[in-house]
Design a protein around this ligand. Sequence first.
Ligand SMILES: *Cc1c(COP(=O)(O)O)cnc(C)c1O
Length: 345
Amino acid sequence: MTELTPPIVDLRSDTVTKPSPAMREAMMDAEVGDDVLDGDPTTHQLEAAIASRLGMDAALFFPSGIQANQAAMWLHTRPGTEVLLEADSHMVHYEMAALAALAGVQIRPVSTTDGLLTADLAQASMRPSTWYMPEISAAVVENSHNLSGGRVMPLAVWDDLVTFAREAGLPLHLDGARVWNAAAALGVPVERIVRGATSVMVSFSKGLGCPVGSCLVGERAFIRRARAVRRRLGGAMRQTGILAAAALYALEHNATRLEQDHRHATLFAGRFGDTPGVTLVPPETNIVLLDLEEGDALDVEARLAARGVLVVRTGRRQLRAVTHLDVTRDDVELAADTMLDVLAT
Ligand SMILES: *Cc1c(COP(=O)(O)O)cnc(C)c1O
């Protein structure tokens, strides 16, 4: 007898999506060229589309969000200065201390309870300007904020930060890996969310379902310099039209369906409403954080995995589930059923 394999519902991240047949077809049909020598036409098309969508001057395609973030920080800072950012930012936890190792800067982390760096908190973190303490050379905001459970920065909070940065003379970089989710949650165009940023990183390989790619967006002169830094970091690539075609496809077909992921996250979270020993904050986007009162999240993660439901442990007693393009409403219901069962035993 063959053993029944339980179905896999993979909620570890919105990066696990696989390019759909239609996306692969778009990739196959892409017009390409050497993006170092002559330029790649499809990549140029994507860069123009992104700049226009964000209401900014110019965009540059990068192999990853981290490289785009770090190229921006390289350009915005000077060695021996500090970057002001929320203490649980992606740049703090997941970018291999590149700020220190590459840009030569130290972090000025601002602790928050909800991932939201406000102008007041930023202002309070500024030191008096003296010759014997380090200067802050740039500020970073992450929207939506991954480690706080996909929290979206309210527009008023953002606008105040833009004013703060302008008055403090700081370049303001927006880590917008999930800026598409933030825009969908607020029901405004992405252009509104990023308004006032000096530079923005957007990702295609999260909610938009592409296999690879990010863009760095900003003023024309900044992007010209970013092209050189990208090359220095080994990120200049050749026939990138294959990848840009996937992103163009995603902008048209996948950017408009993110509310569905958000509804699925809300549905999933709602299933734990009165489960004893579990607390969670209602998700604003596609990320659900479940806090367990007791036990070990690692153990729950393993028992779930054995039953075909994949989530990740984000703390000793915290699990994260992320909805995305490749999970259906039924998948989400099944995952919640399984999790309720595992938690009850
Ligand atoms: C994923 C992510 C990045 C980095 O993107 P990669 O393409 O994985 O390098 C940066 N910031 C945030 C908030 C992210 O979620």
